[in-house]
Write a protein that binds this ligand. Structure first.
Ligand SMILES: Nc1ncnc2c1ncn2[C@@H]1O[C@H](COP(=O)(O)OP(=O)(O)OP(=O)(O)O)[C@@H](O)[C@H]1O
Ligand SMILES: [Mg+2]
Length: 642
């Protein structure tokens, strides 16, 4: 191998320094848009207009009505490391503006032709500075600033080659404006392309802005969230599982008003969907995390798209809880259009309980089955596939219902009793409740007022048909029941360790120093998960036991992936999820099979149980458990009223 001849060390020319620096910040027209809109917002603009030609490559103009730049500072604004936004390290640590590096304009000017026209409130007229020539001239415009950027990358052809078609660049530029628009409903935005107005968002309230930018569909299939947890507030809207997409292209996360791509927030939110969404589907959300600026470092990435939290777990947890709380409300729970679920709700019906409805119970539906399943969890085996024993069947006749409201927590309590469920219900109450469900007279208003209606019949052994105020309800019996059993199992087994099974021969593997450290530090957590992973010799870990319920799992792969996750997210969550996975498998086996004939009371019992169960709108795999066919849709089907 021949060494390259040594060159003397030299300082780079200023222009090259700027171009190298620009490479980090400005990679396409959208990045210019982002930086210029950031500046406009920092200047207190209330109206921002973006005008593009050829996707922004040929020319790009951003106009605002902000405070403007005094004429004698225009030249300075274009200089590297020149900013009005911070003056000390202390300012940097608590920065509240979008910009602070004093680099954006300089970077843009090093890779394009830039001119700035600006006027402050005091100035008699505007001034325009041409960056290339340095010429400063009087100009005409109202208060505010216009920055024009022409021929992006004209001097760096290599960069220019990386640009995509105009249409693609335009799409990215639009996306950049959209990200700002979502978080600043108090500012009006307009985007023009080649003289055509292509997007316009007037000032609006936050929900209306989300509607304007993401569409009616987003609002209709999402829930508002707003939860404060210590120094944090998490608010915004999260999409219901049915609104999920195949790509993660509608996941907007913000920290203190800044759009970020953050693994912790993303993971926190995603993990709240674990139970209700198939792994490959992507939920939609707009999440605003507001946090004390001292607890977040925004100076970790040149484009500021990444941030670092002082306490990442705190953020992860807050986001997950906020999203989970919203998802736990089922679709038919009345929520005001803008109402967000609140944690630590005041006394009164739990958020998932359906207000004002007769609580005719049927909590026992599947109670016996789930206790079967639990018994097998304890024994570490799967419940037998196939119809449950006679004794465990529906447990409907007799003690099944209570007129007192049974929240999930209470159900859990009842279920933690040994072996079989104990209901402790007064016979009279039971009878009344049973009657309410078992003989709903036709046209009974109360029964039609139940969100999921009154059962009419069973179809193809798989579906329950019911009638509610809107029309026809079709329920996938197995899917719905599976969710109910699963939620009960979770409530009943929320805390104990996962049963483990020793390996005859420990499985060893060469581990990284981080894995070894984690295995030692998190031995307790691993044990709760049914895993025994301990150092055998320097750099080698041995797996001595694994969860009994996963007899076929490769112990090394399992240990590795668990350790990797332990390094990433909070341990309690991991334990919870592993447990949930096991319970989900069991729930599937514990749930009522298709082709099982049900009586009307049994069907009604299932419907009432769905109404009171968290996340009952989707089965554990994210498929819907029920659908509404409205009378209107039926009318259309039969061409009535035409
Ligand atoms: N639209 C504008 N209205 C008013 N002042 C502006 C505007 N754009 C830029 N400025 C002034 O020019 C300065 C330099 O802007 P520039 O974007 O280069 O840096 P910055 O915003 O301070 O930091 P960053 O590099 O992080 O964006 C700003 O600090 C601000 O004082
Ligand atoms: Mg800036």
């Amino acid at each position: 191998m021949s060494l390259a001849p040594r060159r003397p060390i030299r300082e780079l020319p200023d222009e090259l320094i700027s171009q190298i620096a620009a490479g980090e910040v400005i990679d396409r027209p959208a990045a210019v848009v982002r930086e210029l809109v950031d500046n406009a917002l920092d200047a207190g603009a209330t109206q921002i207009t973006v005008r593009l030609v050829a996707g922004g490559v040929r020319s790009l103009l951003v106009e605002d009505d902000g405070i403007g730049i005094p004429a004698d500072q225009l030249t300075l604004a274009l200089r590297r490391h020149a900013t009005s936004k911070i003056g000390s390290l202390h300012d940097l640590e608590s920065v509240a503006t979008m910009g602070f590096r004093g680099e954006a304009l300089a970077a843009i000017a090093s890779v394009a032709d830039v001119s700035i026209a600006s006027r402050t409130a005091e100035a008699p007229h505007a001034f325009r500075l041409d960056a290339r020539s340095g010429e400063l001239q009087p100009a005409a415009r109202a208060q505010g600033t216009s920055v024009e950027v022409r021929e992006l990358f004209f001097a760096t052809p290599a960069r220019r080659k990386f640009l995509k078609t105009d249409a693609t660049e335009l799409a990215h530029a639009l996306e950049a404006v959209r990200r700002h628009a979502l978080v600043r409903p108090d500012v009006a935005f307009a985007v023009w392309h080649e003289g055509r107005l292509i997007e316009q968002w007037r000032r609006a309230d936050p929900t209306q802005r989300l509607r304007d930018v993401l569409g009616d569909e987003f609002i209709e299939s999402s829930r508002a969230i707003d939860i404060a947890a210590g120094p944090l507030r998490v608010h915004g809207r999260i999409g219901l599982p049915e609104a999920s997409r195949s790509r993660a292209d509608q996941q907007y996360a913000y920290v203190n008003g800044r759009y970020v791509r953050d693994r912790l927030i993303g993971h926190g939110a995603r993990s709240a969907y674990e139970d209700v969404l198939h792994g490959t589907r992507q939920p939609v959300w707009v999440l605003f995390v507001d946090i004390d600026p001292l607890r977040v470092d925004v100076n970790v990435h040149p484009t500021k798209i990444e941030v670092r939290f002082r306490d990442g777990r705190e953020v992860h947890q807050a986001v997950r809880r906020a999203v989970e709380a919203a998802l736990a409300l089922s679709r038919h729970t009345p929520v005001e259009s803008d109402g967000a679920p609140s944690l630590g709700a005041p006394a009164g019906p739990a958020p998932w309980s359906v207000g004002g409805l007769p609580d005719t119970g049927a909590t026992a539906l599947a109670a016996a089955e789930s206790s079967d399943a639990r018994a097998s969890l304890v024994a570490g085996t799967r419940p037998a596939d196939g119809p449950p024993s006679e004794a465990s069947r529906w447990a409907w006749n007799g003690a099944t219902a209570s007129q007192t409201r049974l929240g999930l927590a209470e159900v859990a309590l009842l279920h933690t009793g040994e072996g079989r469920p104990s209901w402790g219900i007064a016979p009279a109450a039971t009878q009344a409740a049973t009657q309410a469900v078992s003989s709903p007279s036709s046209g009974d208003e109360a029964s039609v007022a139940w969100p999921l209606g009154r059962a009419l019949a069973q179809l193809a052994g798989a579906y329950i048909l019911a009638e509610n105020a809107q029309g026809l309800v079709v329920v996938d019996m197995h899917a719905a029941h599976e969710r109910i059993v699963y939620e009960r199992l979770k409530a009943a087994h929320g805390h104990g360790p996962v049963p483990s099974q020793p390996l005859l021969i420990p499985a060893t593997f060469a581990a990284t120093p981080i894995e070894v450290a984690l295995a030692e530090a998190q031995a307790d957590t691993l044990a709760t998960l049914g895993l025994d992973v301990a150092p055998l010799s320097p750099g080698v870990l041995a797996v001595r036991s694994r969860p009994a319920a996963l007899p076929d799992a490769d112990p090394v792969a399992l240990a590795r992936s668990v350790l990797a996750e332990l390094g990433d997210v909070d341990a309690s969550r991991l334990v919870q999820r592993a447990r949930d996975d096991l319970l989900a498998t069991m729930a599937c086996h514990g749930a009522v099979r298709a082709n099982r004939p049900l009586t009307l009371p049994e069907m009604n019992a299932l419907l009432r149980d769905m109404e009171r169960t968290e996340r009952a709108d989707q089965c554990n795999h994210g498929r819907p458990t029920w659908r509404q066919v409205t009378l209107r849709e039926l009318d259309q089907l039969f061409l009535r009223g035409r």
